[in-house]
Design a protein around this ligand. Structure first.
Ligand code: ATP
Ligand code: MG
Length: 692
């Protein structure tokens, strides 16, 4: 009875602020106002007039429809894709309601389609065969390449045919460990074409992290390259793969085939170590295969890919996404959040090793027939003007990046930006962590010349696509706010008891009901999926993030509620770094906390207790840091090792991180109550050793 009524009531609720703001007095306010909440930055009227969604009222209307009639709303959009067999309108979707039992999310039930076909063949069929799909920019300026949609399809088909030839079948897993070469999206699409499940591992991960992921998903083939250059550094990527595969064999799983792309500009084949019975050069086999390959038609809920998150509890979570819902959702979110036009040139700086590179380098844009940029190098090489050099070179109109990059370029000074024209830019985007209002303003004013709205997109590996995001042109922005939920997304804020709170408030960000891009399980561990995401607040998907909503209904993300550190956009669980440190023979115990870092967002601060009798030394400090670098990757290396004779613990033996965070940030008069500590004296010892 009443539950039902509450449900209906909140279904028709439209984010409160969106409809109220009159957009007639459009002016660009920029730096003027002091209070962030009241600082409205209006979209430029010209952009608004041509936008897909050009007023708060239009958004409100579409949002309302998407919530009241999800089947109608999404069916209309899905009909623009190619379906071998259309979904069954009678069943359509099975949404989550954990109160009913197991969580089983399904969308477009009964449908048969293929994501690769929709991204390539369908776009060629409507006359975009000669349109550029990928503009590739290498590490060195002047090193570049491109592929039209037709050429891309041919490359994909050759690899698909090769993979089929070596026995990869629908449902088999393929691990991809590649830098940002065109071969990375090509590999992803080739898997999708034949129904194989790709699992891309970021090519900055160490051999241990790679072997862990290989052990978990047991691929038929590993695709990699021999070497890579990123900025001034060269890396023998295949050596890392070799040792990962040795580690796997020791643990009882052997990879039978390793396909290696010869990345000539970084490393020649002559100096590449080789294992004859396992290794094959891409260039020796793939080009021999036909450039046409029949599509493997798959069901809506067949898996598309697996992607591991950083894993706050140590063991990374294998997030599984399926076919139809993911396809429809990434394409639609891309289109609206960037106000995509066919003439746009789109550049997302993320690596395909992260979810952003899946949904918004590869699938979302290509499904829209967009021209994308794939950049192999580092954004500050050979100098901090590189990004704007690329923007001018290709006339980039949509530029999507992370706050950490914005902050680091901001530190390098305006002149690196202003020496380039950047006239082509139309819409900017940000993802990965909350963007500080000061970085937002710099991005808006200096990079975008106060012309380009910023889509600050909040979402997660698990959500597949944008959840809370501005729609450029629809409503005024507030620097640092992700604004309002996307169509079909019922974002709610709940208190500790799981009760929804309305109006101006702050609490845990949850999502009610399901959306097409939602992940369907954690690979091999559905129970962990349910307990992590659906048990904390019954009836909701729990994001793990905190959020507040202001008087106008704008959303402000406050960061994760647990303990993950975000270093330059790379997320890493404290537990994972701690276990790497503790694996050092002279380390007894370690506790890691995040501290504010001007450039990286967060820096890694490690308290380390040594084995009894071992003296502190610079060498030991270095070897501890090396331990983390080798086990996890360079991005996880601690910025600071703080020697700790002991750690503050509760009587039940739990480390009190709250106190460690205060010591790490030197807020010594805010330590709070230390009386529950097993040994309060350790706090003074730690403070005394703070700067040694
Ligand atoms: P794990 O779940 O293993 O800890 P992760 O959550 O760090 O990994 P992602 O899924 O890549 O990995 O990151 C999603 C998180 O990033 C969000 O939960 C949020 O904390 C943060 N985030 C992403 N975009 C934004 C944004 N625009 N504003 C604020 N926070 C953001
Ligand atoms: Mg997460």
């Amino acid at each position: 009875g009443s539950d039902h009524l509450r449900h209906v009531d909140s279904m028709t609720r439209v984010p409160s602020g969106a409809g109220k703001i009159s957009y007639l007095n459009a002016v660009v306010l920029g730096e003027a106002l002091a209070s962030e909440e009241n600082d409205l930055v209006f979209p430029n009227p010209e952009l608004s007039a041509q936008a897909l969604v050009s007023s708060p009222e239009q958004y409100a209307e579409m949002y309302k429809k998407s919530i009241e009639d999800p089947a109608g709303f999404w069916s209309e959009i899905a009909s623009q894709f190619y379906w071998k067999k259309k979904w069954d309108p009678e069943v359509f979707s099975e949404n989550l309601d954990v109160r009913k039992g197991n969580v089983k999310i399904e969308w477009f039930i009964g449908g048969i389609t293929n994501v690769c076909y929709n991204a390539l063949d369908r776009n060629i069929d409507v006359g975009n065969g000669d349109k550029v799909a990928i503009l590739w920019e290498g590490n060195e300026p002047g090193q570049d390449g491109k592929l039209t949609y037709r050429e891309l399809l041919e490359k994909v088909c050759q690899l698909s045919n090769y993979l089929k030839d070596v026995g990869v079948r629908k449902g088999d897993t393929v691990v991809i460990y590649l830098p940002m070469l065109m071969e990375l999206p090509i590999s992803m699409l080739a898997c999708a074409r034949i129904g194989a499940v790709h699992s891309v591992v970021f090519a900055g991960f160490s051999s241990e992290s790679l072997s862990q992921r290989i052990m978990d998903c047991k691929p038929k083939v590993v695709i990699t390259c021999n070497g890579v250059r990123r900025g001034p550094k060269a890396l023998a990527l295949k050596d890392i793969v070799d040792s990962a595969l040795v580690e796997c064999t020791k643990n009882g799983f052997s990879v039978g085939l390793c396909l290696i792309y010869e990345n000539q500009s970084a490393m020649s084949r002559e100096v590449t170590k080789w294992q004859d019975d396992r290794d094959v050069w891409w260039q020796d086999v793939v080009p021999k295969f036909p450039t046409k390959c029949e599509v493997e038609w798959v069901e809506s809920e067949d898996p598309l890919f697996l992607l591991y998150t950083s894993g706050s509890t140590g063991k990374p979570k294998g997030v599984l996404h399926t076919t139809a819902g993911y396809m429809v959702y990434t394409a639609t979110t891309f289109k609206y959040a960037f106000d995509y036009k066919p003439s746009d040139i789109y550049w997302c700086t993320a690596d395909c090793g992260w979810i952003t590179g899946h949904s918004y380098v590869t699938y979302g844009p290509l499904l829209n027939g967009a021209t994308i940029i794939v950049f192999e190098g580092a954004p500050n090489y050979p100098n901090p003007g590189r990004c704007w050099d690329i923007v001018d070179k290709y006339k980039v109109s949509l530029f999507y990046t992370a706050p950490t990059l914005v902050r680091s370029l901001m530190r390098d000074g305006d002149e690196y930006v202003t020496r380039y024209s950047r006239k082509s830019l139309r819409v900017l985007g940000s993802v990965g962590e909350p963007i500080n209002p000061s970085a937002w303003r710099w991005f808006f004013n200096v990079v975008g010349g106060a012309r380009c709205p910023i889509s600050d997109t909040w979402w997660q590996t698990e959500t597949g696509g944008f959840m809370i995001t501005p729609l450029p042109g629809a409503w005024p922005q507030k620097p640092g706010s992700a604004t309002f939920p996307f169509f079909g997304v019922q974002a709610v804020i709940v208190d500790e008891k799981g009760i929804e709170i309305e109006g101006e408030c702050s609490g845990y960000l949850c999502i009610k009901k399901s959306w097409p891009g939602a992940f369907r399980t954690l690979y091999g561990d559905h129970e962990r999926y349910e307990t992590t995401y659906f048990k904390p607040f019954l009836g909701y998907y729990f994001s793990g993030d905190g959020c507040s909503r202001d008087k106008d209904g704008y959303h402000w993300l406050t960061g994760r509620v647990d303990d993950v550190i975000n270093v330059s956009g790379h997320r890493i669980g404290t537990a994972e770094i701690e276990s790497a440190l503790v694996s050092h023979p002279q380390c007894a115990e370690a506790a890691v906390v995040g501290v504010e870092h001007e450039v990286k967002g967060q820096g890694i601060y490690a308290f380390v207790t040594l084995v009894d009798g071992v003296p502190y030394s610079e060498e030991l400090r270095k070897s501890l840091i090396l331990m983390v670098r080798n086990q996890i990757g360079a991005f996880a290396a601690p910025d600071k090792i703080h020697w700790a004779p002991g750690l503050p613990k509760t009587r039940s033996g739990k480390i009190m991180r709250r106190i460690l965070r205060k010591i790490a940030s030197r807020q010594l008069n805010e330590l709070g109550d230390t009386s529950t500590l097993a040994d309060p004296a350790v706090v003074d010892q730690l403070i005394a050793l703070a700067d040694t």
